[in-house]
Design a protein around this ligand. Sequence first.
Ligand SMILES: [Zn+2]
Length: 231
Amino acid sequence: MFHNVAPYGFKLTNQQLVHVPQEVVVVQEAFSLFLIHRRKGIVARLLNQKGFRTRKGAPFSDMQIDRILRSSSAIGLCHKHRSSQAYQSIVAEEIFERVATILEEQTKLKPAKKPSHIFAGLLKCFCGGKMYVYTRSPNYTCIKCKNKISANTLEEIFVASIPETLANTLCQTIKQTIKLALPENSSFRTYWSYLNAEAKQRAASLICAEIIIPNTSPEDSIKILFVTPLW
Ligand SMILES: [Zn+2]
């Protein structure tokens, strides 16, 4: 029933999963290290430093730690069959749950990937044309005069120019919007980095009315017009 490969920490003996002591130690270490450091990469590194190795004798990677931490075999459950079968657990259920909660949070909080189109509706070229991101381009480009600005540069400038007076309220709004435990007292930049492109777009259009892109070196002369604060 286990397709001849027992979960890490176990071996199959007479159709029963039984502990493999040297693997059990690794699983327990992985769980307690993760609760301390909250990073799979650090757990892998520390286990490797202690001389632990995978079944194949290789160093542990983030992905293998991820598999160990998510496998319900650690609490003695196997779902490979329709009816889950209980056997000897390796870590307490409470520890398994705490780790699962952290992993879940981290998956949701993955910083958004490459931004695009965040400011599309707000951008205006100095010539009066609208600016868009064309497919696979890292730039916003004016439809009339082909003036360009890098999407990443613009986002940097935008984040840096949020007035102090808006930043705090904005952080609270973001916190409520994404309904997740974000680090307390972080900068606007930190909160922003947790938003996906869609949420960034919503936030940007909430607080600014128009962004005017000049013809020359953009860094010093981009004009961001903020709307009258609603808060
Ligand atoms: Zn233009």
